[in-house]
Design a protein around this ligand. Sequence first.
Ligand code: PSU
Ligand code: MN
Length: 303
Amino acid sequence: MNLKVDFSEEVALALEQKRPVVALESTIISHGMPYPKNVETALSVEQTIRDNGAVPATIAIIGGRLKAGLSREELEYFGKKGTAITKVSRRDIPTVVARGEDGATTVAATMIVAHMAGIDVFATGGIGGVHRGAELTMDISADLEELSRTPVMVICAGAKAILDLKLTMEVLETKGVPVVGYKTDELPAFYSRESGIKLNTRSDSPEDLASIWKAIKNLELGNGMLVTNPIPQQYSMDSKEIGAVIDKAINEMNSLGIKGKEVTPFLLDKVQRLTGGDSLEANIRLVLNNAKLAARTACALVK
Ligand code: PSU
Ligand code: MN
């Protein structure tokens, strides 16, 4: 019995039988994509995980309770309410729980709940990181700190160029987070496969990812691990084109004076609007690709 987390029946049974489980975040649903594409995507991500032999556990807070595994109705609720739901990172968890409120969990908060639930593998789209201009604003996502202190493997497609990718990599290095390129020597930049930033570690199979993960656990290092899985070639976007759109979005954000936790959702929304849905399609494809790799890695882990 886990007193901290409420499990769906499917997730509880899978964990009890030591079958592979993959955690998923809920901020990507409420704040990362528009309705109804967000709900459609959440459902197909869950299906992809099942098709690849694992059980999906979408993480969220409902009525002040930490949840692992949401019903279709609950996914629909988060998708429909969108940004009206509180975006919950580590610092927001106690308030939302104490007040019995609902919350959509970011990468950081999802890692925390996944760890409490006993789930090792977590698939998402992109992580938060060091924002451009952070030398003045100090805007560095709590996702990076969490990767250094919570033992969960996060599988993503790199990070969006709304961030300063070089500084993001520096902070991850300082904090001792292994960043592993899946079948690549370079950090993928979310919408495109290349960033020009070399990675220290490359892995070419789910079994190898699982073995690196087991070393972290066996040695009790206590930190997480970041796997960066490039968007499939056929969906990859032109990085110059998307770069220009991102510059425009950042200028608009600065002129509006948007700060703090609103920054990332504002930029995600702006970029999607400015590219007329092309970037949304790429976003969906890369999340599905990450879900597949996460499921295969979770399967390799229980072998
Ligand atoms: N980047 C994306 N899509 C997302 C997010 C980031 O490409 O949906 C979300 C994730 O939930 C991530 C959060 O954990 O934004 C980071 O927010 P912040 O920068 O405020 O820490
Ligand atoms: Mn921030």
